[in-house]
Ligand binder design. Structure first.
Ligand code: UDP
Length: 362
């Protein structure tokens, strides 16, 4: 054990139950954070919306209505809280039980947990999971960073750069339970695309690329916007698509590892991109738009290709160069940078500072 065991309360995203896919990458990040901390001997409890599925950890399920997702809102959107909001109810639980914990970790990309921070006596570590989207949320994040330095972490520098930050900030890349992802050295012919099927993820560009090449595309992920999906199907009626639905990690990696590469065609500034890490863990190279988090994950020419954003021709060119990528190098990168041990080291260093500052505010 590397440090005194801490008691940590993880408060999940309020946009859906864990296991539903509605929370996107946050769901996997929370699980892997819990695993990485448990491995180091810490005691973890998770608070999440009712209906959540989570093995291995004590789970407090909280009823209430989900929050609207931030990515569908405009920059000047007002802060919203539905009646009987699960966000408020989860943080009410946190407030009532805070004395039992050394630290609370916030996974909500929302205003309330930041606003509440000064009213808590237990320190709060905030994991910011998206790039800047809504001004009112930016402002409350900046206020917490000013009042409680070091308590807010971004996933990548390009994500952090979208918030007009003035001082230093924590940057904590994620990690995976690599034992759940198996290496595959001899894939089939298909390419992969995975994630929430929603406009900000730009699936249509991956479809346009395979439509041109006649290479099958296996798609994994939550159908978040059915109209958007139907529109893609209409525009590319003959594209060789194989939509497998939203799979759990075991089934996801079993399909993903058979693919020649993962295509990442996001239109927005992807904060991190768990799917890139997961592909590398299976030995699958990543062809990504050179934008946001994936550009800090993929080693261009070694574990994948970074191409000009929004250009299908760039994707097509990179697919032609896939045989220059050694799949063993992809798995090796995941082992070096994204193991639970590496993630645990990053978290321990971050949390140590927050807990120490709270114990000895001088
Ligand atoms: N995912 C999944 N099953 C699927 C497809 C995707 O569990 O069939 C998960 C994947 O493991 C990843 C998440 O969906 O953790 C997508 O996260 P990412 O960080 O790539 O994007 P986000 O949704 O947060 O924008």
């Amino acid at each position: 054990m590397l440090e005194n065991p801490w008691k940590i309360l993880l408060i999940s995203t309020p946009v859906g139950p864990l296991g539903s896919g509605l929370g996107g990458g946050v769901e996997l990040t929370l699980l892997n954070m819990a695993k990485a901390l448990k491995k180091r001997g810490h005691c973890i409890t998770v608070v999440a919306p009712q209906g959540s599925l989570l093995e291995e950890f004590p789970l407090v399920e909280i009823a209430g209505q989900f929050q609207p997702i931030a990515q569908n809102q405009t920059r000047d959107a007002l802060i919203q809280l539905p009646e009987n909001a699960v966000l408020a109810n989860m943080w009410n639980y946190g407030r009532q039980h805070q004395a039992d914990y050394d630290l609370i970790v916030n996974f909500a990309f929302d205003w309330l947990p930041f606003y509440l921070t000064p009213f808590f006596t237990t320190p709060i570590a905030h994991c910011v999971s998206m790039a800047s989207l809504i001004t009112a949320i930016d402002q409350v994040i900046l206020a917490v960073m000013a009042q409680f330095p070091g308590t807010v972490a971004f996933c990548t520098h390009s994500q952090a750069a979208t918030f007009a930050l003035e001082g230093p900030y924590a940057c904590i890349q994620g990690g995976l339970d690599l034992s759940r992802y198996q290496f595959c050295g001899e894939p089939g012919p298909a390419l992969a695309w995975m994630g929430r099927i929603a406009p900000e993820k730009g699936l249509e560009d991956a479809v346009a690329a395979v439509d041109q090449l006649g290479i099958p595309l296996t798609i994994f992920g939550k159908l978040q916007d059915p109209d958007y999906w139907q529109d893609i199907r209409r525009r590319y009626p003959n594209a060789p698509l194989d939509y497998r639905g939203f799979l759990d990690t075991d089934n996801l990696q079993a399909g993903l590892r058979q693919c020649r590469a993962l295509l990442m065609t996001h239109r927005w500034l992807e904060a991190f991109g768990n799917v890139a890490m997961e592909a590398l863990a299976c030995g699958v190279p990543v062809i990504s738009y050179d934008r946001g988090g994936p550009a800090e994950i993929v080693r261009h020419g070694q574990t994948g290709w970074l191409v000009e954003p929004d250009q299908v021709a760039g994707l097509v060119g990179a697919i032609a160069r896939l045989d220059q990528i050694d799949r063993q190098q992809c798995r090796a990168q995941a082992e070096q940078e994204y193991s639970l041990a590496a993630f645990g080291d990053r978290l321990a260093q971050w949390f140590q500072g927050i807990i120490a500052a709270n114990t000895d505010p001088a």
